[in-house]
Design a protein. Structure first.
Length: 151
């Protein structure tokens, strides 16, 4: 294959500004879906929420206080990250896995998904074991529907 000026120019552009890698659950329907990732994310959120609620703030201005603030900031960031992972995993099931026949059998599936994803946002905004328990309940309902579709 002969190198043309345009081909040479395009290679130069790729070197100066390399193309970004695209990420997707599935560009080709793979049929590999599961609710376990969402449930795992719920468990992570629950544990971090529990740890945050157990933390005791030391005297402000001390080195221990700065460590406490650091721990809180990191725990909140990870809690929010996993609430977002949970939301993304539920939405993948909703948009890529569930079909019309599932909606016929479970007509409230859209509502369940919507409420679960809204609960992910609630868990991100709060530090509440009750909010985490509600998220677990909502994601578990979707997981049960998913499992029932496999039978």
């Amino acid at each position: 294959m002969k190198t043309t000026p345009i081909r040479h120019f395009l290679r130069f552009i790729d070197e100066v500004s390399p193309p970004k890698i695209a990420h997707a659950h599935c560009d080709i329907p793979c049929g590999v879906y599961e609710p376990d990732s969402a449930m795992w994310a719920v468990e992570t959120v629950e544990k971090l929420t529990h740890k945050l609620l157990e933390l005791k703030a030391p005297e402000p201005g001390s080195a221990e206080y700065l460590e406490y603030l650091n721990t809180v900031a990191r725990a909140v960031a990870v809690k929010e990250e996993y609430a977002e992972i949970c939301k993304r995993q539920v939405l993948i099931l909703w948009t890529d896995y569930f079909k019309s026949e599932h909606l016929e059998k479970w007509p409230d599936l859209h509502e369940k998904v919507w409420m679960a994803t809204k609960q992910c946002s609630e868990v991100k905004r709060t530090v509440s074991e009750e909010a985490c328990a509600e998220l677990r309940k909502r994601v578990s309902e979707i997981a049960e529907i998913f499992k029932a579709t496999k039978n």
